[in-house]
Write a protein that binds this ligand. Structure first.
Ligand SMILES: Cc1ncc(COP(=O)(O)O)c(C=O)c1O
Length: 259
């Protein structure tokens, strides 16, 4: 496998077959000409369902997180909403950090709860507290590590074991560490969440989100819901995040040095 920096620059970004452009073009198009009925060119039909600039970002972020499938969204919250609506049903329970990012807390406590989902806030740095909060109907253990803003840290590998033993998914919000410093899927997590607005974008010029799934079947289910719900990353935003990812490694090294 190529190194991190090589993947950041090349994964999902073959030179444009028509012109040789080394950077994926911004495909500002809503729809695509077809070669006859159902004759899609490379599967592109309508840009909510798929857009080549977004595909490049999705393949790149999946490669950086060592995942089976990456999906790009209009914001981190759009990614979270799509994930929660894919994996939860009324009656299900989830565990969340007691210091989760405020927007995550608001989405779960004010929006998702209205659909009959219960949740328990737990200090996710305490593996025993997470284990004690599990219920038969727990479907998701949601971890942010480090947390925003208190920077608490969770043991992803230990929590993956705890969650899987209970038949729950482990979701990790990797916004702060980024895949350069931490790869949750390699530690046993099922889905990674990103606000690409932060270090992945890196220039405070775009709002975006991403999901990366370890399991292709879950990735397909998330992609189905991405299209069904429609909170996708646009081609301009996808291009900006792709450009940001190219310098993620050097920026994170500098952040670490400064720290
Ligand atoms: C850890 C974390 N997760 C999710 C989000 C939400 O992302 P967005 O603002 O892109 O919707 C944020 C935003 O600050 C965040 O810090």
């Amino acid at each position: 496998m190529h190194g991190f920096e090589t993947r950041a620059i090349h994964a999902g970004q073959e030179p444009d077959p028509r012109t040789g452009a080394v950077i994926p073009p911004i495909y500002a198009t809503s729809t695509y000409a077809q070669d006859g009925v159902g004759g899609l060119r490379e599967g592109y039909e309508y840009s909510r369902s798929a857009n080549p600039t977004r595909t490049a970002l999705e393949e790149c972020i999946a490669a950086l997180e060592d995942g089976a499938r990456g999906l790009a969204f209009a914001s981190g919250m759009a990614a979270e909403d799509t994930l929660l609506r894919t994996v939860l049903s009324p009656g299900d329970h989830l565990i969340i950090p007691d210091d989760a990012y405020g927007g995550t807390y608001r989405l779960i406590s004010r929006v998702v709860e209205r659909w009959g989902v219960t949740w328990t806030p737990v200090p996710v740095s305490d593996v025993d507290a997470v284990r004690a909060a599990l219920r038969p109907e727990t479907k998701v253990v949601w971890v942010e590590t480090p947390t925003n803003p208190l920077l608490n840290v969770a043991d992803i590998a230990a929590l993956a074991g705890v969650a899987h033993q209970a038949g729950a998914l482990l979701v990790v919000d990797n916004t702060f560490a980024t895949p350069y410093l931490q790869r949750p899927l390699a530690l046993g997590a099922d889905v990674v969440v990103h606000s690409t607005t932060k270090y992945c974008g890196g220039h405070s010029d775009v709002v975006g989100g991403a999901l990366v799934a370890a399991d292709p079947a879950l990735g397909d289910d998330l992609a189905y819901h991405q299209n069904a719900i429609g909170a996708v990353a646009g081609p301009f935003d996808s291009w900006l995040v792709l450009r940001g990812l190219k310098t993620l490694a050097v920026r994170m090294d500098r952040h670490c040095d400064n720290t």
